[in-house]
Design a protein around this ligand. Structure first.
Ligand code: ZN
Length: 129
């Protein structure tokens, strides 16, 4: 399968909601919109926090939903890493001040505590029709 505009929007919303619902999500379609340029359709997804920090990640149409979701979550976690002042690690690991690892397990993205190995969240890509 290949990703569509709707899929990318759905995955980006899921990643933000799973980690930090106050993030705003902005999706910019790339070159594929230009009929004179061929190549995989792609998007730049930008997550921005309330204090203006932003991180961008690029997805292409030939990516599978699961790795795409993982990529989005990893981008969100980079955003957390650039915000030491917030005292908040993303994706948050309850009771700890480190970030959770983002892994793929079967058909889900799993957030796992790097210290205890506990699974603290599971996100299954949900693509709107
Ligand atoms: Zn932990």
């Amino acid at each position: 399968m290949s990703l569509t505009d709707g899929h990318v929007a759905a995955l980006a919303d899921q990643a933000a909601a799973a980690v930090e619902p106050s993030l705003t999500v902005h999706i910019e379609p790339d070159a594929g919109d230009d009929p004179y340029r061929w190549g995989a359709h792609s998007w730049t997804v930008t997550f921005r926090s309330e204090d203006g920090e932003g991180v961008a990640v690029r997805l292409t149409a030939d990516e599978e939903p699961l790795p795409a979701l993982r990529k989005l979550l990893e981008a969100v976690s980079e955003l957390g890493a650039t915000q030491p002042s917030s005292g908040r690690a993303l994706p948050a690991c309850p009771g700890h001040d480190h970030r959770a690892d983002v892994e793929i397990e079967e058909d889900e993205v799993v957030l796992r505590c790097p210290e205890t190995g506990d699974v603290i969240g599971r996100i299954r890509p949900e693509l709107s029709p």
